[in-house]
Design a protein around this ligand. Structure first.
Ligand code: SF4
Ligand code: SF4
Length: 390
């Protein structure tokens, strides 16, 4: 309120109450050396706290343990005041729903697997190492021509990073819902538009009835639409409910390591073949498929693991051989880049030899031989027996 006056806060005086017991630094999950910051603020040096400000998620754990009852978050905020007041970022305007015309253009390549996937960066900013990790992940998928969608805090965090030319990802990549483009759908509640895009693919591209037909729509998305959410800093109840809402629609979600605290993951077992069978809607036969998507909620320990997992979770039973080649090429390449070796589950995802990425042919044939691989049919996949066209 313009008339409301903030009580004057003497930042140096507050910091001078600190007795350097370091209880706060030990309590801080983000490894902020709060006692060092307090010491420096007392001496009039605000640099450390303004640098660390972005890493603080305001959890208040430090406040709870401070024997001097110092308002640590306030001290840090005051120390970073100069930086906060000068913050200016360019963000693409939140644009709301994905248009039907866009879905018509990309529906087929997504369902066939030729656009390798739709990756949505969503959720709270409870990052272990600051927002730059989200930007790095988004850039990798944009450069590989995935469709990248974002919302809420993740969308704002992406705006905070600039490349060597002073440009944000929003300035470097177009805003269409298309391969290699970055769409900001809007605020956190606009996540509904991301799920809505997947639903629209089932409705517009495959003419699935939208009314009272959740089961069929979810079956369609699970088996055909290679969409994955990454909620890298998820911490709220709301983020958990959005994530499980996506799971109900057949969209897997990766959370950061702290997401493990939700204590509910939906993890698949790729070593149990019986878990990975679908009906072939053409003739009703039961067909063995690869474990795709392997998990529905997965907590990743590092951004590298999340990148590789996201590429893998885009694999869907309905991929054409060309689509599967493209998705596997990204999965294998990212795995080699970040883990220095081939993934140990490639043989599960090869249905016929036409699925093998051409550049990896010799090595993968060797892997298939080692794993006594046998060719599998490519089904018209569904989990719903009533959709079999007999
Ligand atoms: S409020 Fe900030 S500084 Fe305090 S424990 Fe939480 S993250 Fe660390
Ligand atoms: S817990 Fe309080 S008194 Fe102890 S180092 Fe941290 S700010 Fe200072």
């Amino acid at each position: 309120h313009p008339k409301r006056k903030m009580a004057k806060f003497n930042v140096k005086k507050a910091a001078s109450e600190c007795i350097q017991c370091e209880k706060c630094s030990r309590a801080c999950e983000n490894f902020i050396d709060i006692s060092r910051g307090m010491k420096e603020v007392k001496e009039g040096n605000y640099t450390y706290f303004s640098e660390m400000f972005m890493n603080c998620m305001g959890c208040g754990k430090c406040l709870a343990v401070c024997p001097q009852n110092i308002d640590i978050i306030r001290v840090m905020t005051e120390a970073a005041k100069e930086m906060i007041m000068n913050e200016k970022y360019k963000i693409r305007v939140g644009r709301g729903p994905i248009q039907d015309t866009e879905i018509r253009n990309v529906g087929q390549p997504i369902v066939m697997g030729e656009i390798p996937g739709v990756i949505a960066f969503v959720g709270c900013p409870n990052y272990e190492d600051g927002p730059h990790e989200v930007v790095e992940m988004a850039k990798i998928f944009l450069d590989r021509r995935y469709i990248v969608v974002t919302s809420g805090c993740a969308a704002m965090d992406i705006a905070m990073w600039k490349d060597e030319n002073g440009q944000t990802l929003y300035e470097s990549y177009p805003g269409d819902f298309d391969a290699g483009c970055l769409v900001n759908v809007g605020s956190c509640v606009s996540n509904a538009h991301i799920a809505g895009a997947a639903i629209k693919i089932a409705s517009i591209f495959a003419h699935r009835d939208l009314r009272a037909n959740y089961e069929e729509i979810a079956d369609y998305i699970l088996n055909r639409v290679g969409a994955v959410g990454i909620a890298w800093g998820a911490m709220s109840q709301k983020a958990a409910s959005i994530a499980t809402g996506c799971n109900r629609l057949g969209i897997p979600v990766i959370v950061g390591a702290r997401g493990a605290k939700y204590r509910r993951m939906y993890l698949g077992r790729k070593d149990i073949p019986g878990d990975w069978q679908v009906f072939n809607a053409r003739d009703g036969s039961k067909v063995q498929i690869g474990p795709g998507p392997e998990h529905l909620i997965y907590a990743s320990e590092s951004k590298e693991e999340a990148i590789v997992m996201a590429a893998k979770l885009c694999i869907r039973p309905n991929d054409t051989t060309k689509g599967r080649q493209i998705k596997l090429a990204h999965y294998i390449d990212l795995h080699k880049r970040y883990f220095g070796e081939y993934p140990d589950d490639i043989h599960y995802y090869i249905r016929t030899k036409a699925d093998i990425p051409i550049t990896e042919k010799d090595k993968i044939e060797e892997i298939l031989k080692e794993n006594a691989w046998v060719e599998k049919p490519i089904p018209d996949p569904t989990l719903l027996e009533r959709l079999v066209r007999r």
